[in-house]
Ligand binder design. Structure first.
Ligand code: PLP
Length: 455
């Protein structure tokens, strides 16, 4: 109706006048304008004209239970009415925060001792890094402070977590990374494997390079290694072969803490409850967020093992406090929603759905491997990517300004599916974990129309 479209034009104008969009080309936005979503239903969102879009990214790899789960609304409402805010500083506590801590410890992939809450993945990784520095001071190794992450990693955007991140746009002109944060090679065999090198040889080489970096820096100065089980924003990169086995061997050898960033992988994305289970990781610290609350409210968590916890405990006793915490650490409403989210994963056996619909997604992605623009079709569980190339034989990419991923993603939106173009011209798929096999087919049919438009 006229009234509706006026409202939407007003909104559009106001968006252009007032909003500074995150992760957006601010110049291009002035002509492209926003996609304004007004409601959600299952795996779909609707714009103000009533058009539906399958959310092929679950928002930002996060809305795992889809876009209108009444149980989460009820959990939030109940908690809002009962106790909308309390905190956990200075010996205060509340039931949702306590129960969620216990639920996470019970579900952890390796024995963990305590849970600390923050509001975002970035804050969780920032917290992990501060804990690592504090830990090494506590155990009398003040020189052991350097932290290694990987090229193409994504760990967030706060000053420290953006420094762990290793994608060009997150460093360039932000004057990052900060000191004491180093990067080693990415695990992407498809792009970085040498001619004639097997996947396993490549994995061994990456572990050897990590060891060389540690030795060059001095093992007594290297505190920790951060890794996503499956790299997300870097282009959905799966660890090749026995990669993590070799990497963890090196870390153990030099007494280096291992932080698993489960912000995307946690809670079923890769087919098991944790990416750490899928790839047999034994982290000392685990960070998670996103699907922890199905994204209905912001909350993240840092799980620490007994060794780390004991050092934090002792040092806080000496100093007089563990001097770290956010006003909204364990916000009771977020915690109540997260707790209900974990209950829903159990009740609905979400892992079985990931097995079924994930198999469908992986088959549909692999079926596109022969397409002239598709260099690599990859994924596991309900996460995947197609890496677009100019030349299939040499794996050569298009020049960044000619990248086809962003164009396909734009067309896909017109065909009713929301996806994301990632680093290295990869298109990512990460739908809500509740997606059915039929909806996977619908999503991929819509996507293929877009691919054929551009091809
Ligand atoms: N770690 C990983 C693996 C992520 O994918 C993200 C976000 O996409 C983050 C950390 C940062 O989380 P947030 O955006 O909630 O700060």
């Amino acid at each position: 109706t006229k009234e509706l479209s006026m409202t939407s034009n007003t909104l559009r104008d106001a968006d252009l006048s007032y909003v500074l969009h995150p992760y957006t080309n601010l110049v291009a936005h002035e002509t492209k304008g926003p996609l304004i979503a007004v409601r959600g239903e299952g795996v779909r969102v609707f714009d103000e004209t009533g058009r539906d879009y399958i959310e092929g990214m679950a928002g930002l790899w996060c809305a795992s239970l889809g876009f209108n789960e009444p149980r989460l609304v009820e959990a939030a409402t109940r908690q809002m009415k009962e106790l909308p805010f309390f905190h956990m500083f200075s010996h205060k506590s509340h039931a949702p925060g306590i129960e969620l801590s216990q639920a996470l410890i019970e579900r952890a992939p390796v024995p963990m001792a305590r849970v600390f809450f923050a509001n975002s993945g970035s804050e969780a990784n920032d917290t992990a890094l501060k804990m690592i520095w504090y830990y090494n001071n506590a155990v009398g190794r003040p020189e052991k402070k350097k932290v290694i992450a990987r090229q193409r990693a994504y760990h967030g955007v706060t000053v420290a977590s953006a420094s762990l991140t290793c994608l060009p746009a997150n460093h360039r002109d932000f004057d990052l990374p900060i000191a004491r944060i180093l990067h080693t090679g990415s695990p992407q065999y498809y792009r970085e494997g040498l001619p004639g090198e097997s996947e396993d040889e490549f994995a061994r080489r990456r572990a050897r390079e990590l060891e060389e970096l540690i030795l060059a820096e001095g093992p007594e100065t290297v505190a920790a290694f951060f890794a996503e089980p499956v790299m997300g924003a870097g282009g959905v990169i799966l660890p090749p072969g026995r990669y993590f086995e070799y990497i963890q061997e090196v870390l153990r050898k030099y007494d280096i803490l291992f932080v698993a960033d489960e912000v995307i992988c946690g809670f079923g994305r890769t087919g098991q409850y944790w990416g750490s289970q899928t790839y047999d990781l034994k982290p000392d610290i685990l960070t998670c967020a996103k699907a922890l609350s199905s994204a209905y409210l912001p909350i993240s968590a840092v799980l620490v093992n007994e060794k780390v916890y004991q050092a934090l405990r002792t040092n806080s006793g000496k100093i007089g406090t563990f001097g770290h915490g956010y006003t909204y650490s364990a916000h009771p409403v977020s915690a109540a929603v997260a707790l209900e989210t974990l209950r829903l994963y159990d009740e609905r056996d979400i892992l079985s759905n990931v097995a079924r619909s994930g198999a469908r997604l992986q088959a549909r992605l692999r079926a596109l491997a022969d397409h002239p623009l598709v260099g690599d079709a990859r994924g596991i569980g309900l996460i995947g990517a197609l890496e677009m190339v100019k030349d299939k034989a040499s794996h050569a990419s298009f020049e960044p300004t000619l990248a086809v991923g962003p164009r396909i993603v734009e067309r896909a939106q017109e065909h009713g599916v929301i996806l994301r173009a990632m680093a290295a011209d990869a298109i990512a798929f990460s739908p809500p974990l509740i997606i059915s096999e039929a909806e996977v087919d619908d999503m991929m049919d819509r996507f293929e129309r877009a691919l054929n438009d551009v091809a």
